[in-house]
Write a protein that binds this ligand. Sequence first.
Ligand code: BG6
Length: 509
Amino acid sequence: MSALTINPLREGIANRLSPEPCTLVIFGATGDLTHRKLIPALYNLAAEGALPPAITIIGFARREKTSEQFRTELETATRKFSRTPVNDDLWKSFASSVFYHQSPFDDAEGYKTLAREMEEADRKRGTGGNRLYYLAVAPDQFPVILQHLRESGLSTATPGSWARVIVEKPFGKDLKTAQALNGLVSEVFPERDTYRIDHYLGKETAQNIMVMRFANSIFESLWDSSHISHVQITAVEPLGVEGRAGYYDTSGAMRDMVQNHLLQLLTLTAMEPPTSLSADAIRDEKVKVLRSLRPLTGKDVFDHVVRAQYSAGLINGQPVPGYREADGVPKESATETYVAMHVTIDNWRWAGVPFFIRTAKRMPKGGTEIAITFKSVPRVLFNQSGHGIDENVLVIRIQPDEGVSLRMSAKMPGSSLRIEPVKMDFHYGTSFGKATPEAYERLLLDAMSGDATLFARRDEVEEAWAFVDGIEEAWKTRTDDLAFYDAGSWGPAAADELAARHGVTWRRM
Ligand code: BG6
């Protein structure tokens, strides 16, 4: 097998990473995201030698603590959440680049001292004036932090260096709030320095969708309405609301998963080949898919979208309470924890091909996949009755067990003619003998390298909200369509009926 070589002069996804020395300032450094994801990701990058040696990480948060205490807390978290075991020496060396900066987010003085600390890091550690600000805070904190970054001059890079911002989801809660937030960010950082995280784009197999489509001649020539009968995109998990009721109950599965992760996977699956591998060429194509989505509004919403909420049930044989019984969830909550929808892409390539999207909490199993079902073979020869032969299905498994499989028909050995489905299966783990990195590893490295390909651009986020807003608006007019499903079941009958109306059954994961 020959290794893939990529022209290093090209930008975008092909730009093999050369992260530059910088100071990474994490706002919200005492929060869950920092402990569970960001620091373990940075540690793993450091352990692989992927981080620039001069990197300096400053945790910015309100709570009183010393850098030493901060490092100890991070070590405990990293030992728990890191994808590789923590090595004592490597941790020590990594931790020596981590500092704590205590300050309220609205105190100008705190930003002045931060500036001094960063200048010191430039002098002593060689961070070159480069700044990467990570807003790992609730969205209501964005305005105050951005305003202070601007007023303190910290958002402006010195000549020859850069200043970038990484913004975590939720990026608004509808089109209006997303536009307001985009407006606010753009007053402080230009679009090219704004990195909106969608961690699904950092998942290895999500990146592989493009490679699979455009580096293999066999798939792309079949990738259209002449050959594909329908597409199912699924992201389900056994977890419930997990102590996040405050956020989740105002969000629901549509805003939490569909607006961002699932529509992103849809765009990668459906987009036209980009003119180059640059971040903008790819995002231009993705945004065209979002613009081609047939809007769902008013009464149509109830014909094409099923929403549901989990009731008490069993997960892995253990009883779990219903959504409304979870801490912090109102007893009458009509928030959906399940969405199944039929989506139409009104463009030449996809005319007549239904796309189905499904996401849910408290499912029997977790997994994310894109399943492309090809048209049946003609009703001649082996398929005369039209019922005997399963269609070819190409499944791109985003997680777990990342890989790709293709269902085909084959003759069972023996003297009689019996045709059975078989699978050709590629597993990342066994083919490359290498664990796949966490999404945050890739994304942090890309932001340090100035590669925005795997981050959502302003227009993508806004187009996705415009689509979702139509559905949310209709949902406000009634709630009698909200179905219920037992935790640990595969969802409500209404979702099966939706699929059945198009001659489709949902895939079991
Ligand atoms: C997050 C959502 O963005 O994605 C969560 O807020 C969800 O509700 C999570 O559980 C799923 O991510 P992953 O990587 O575990 O599939």
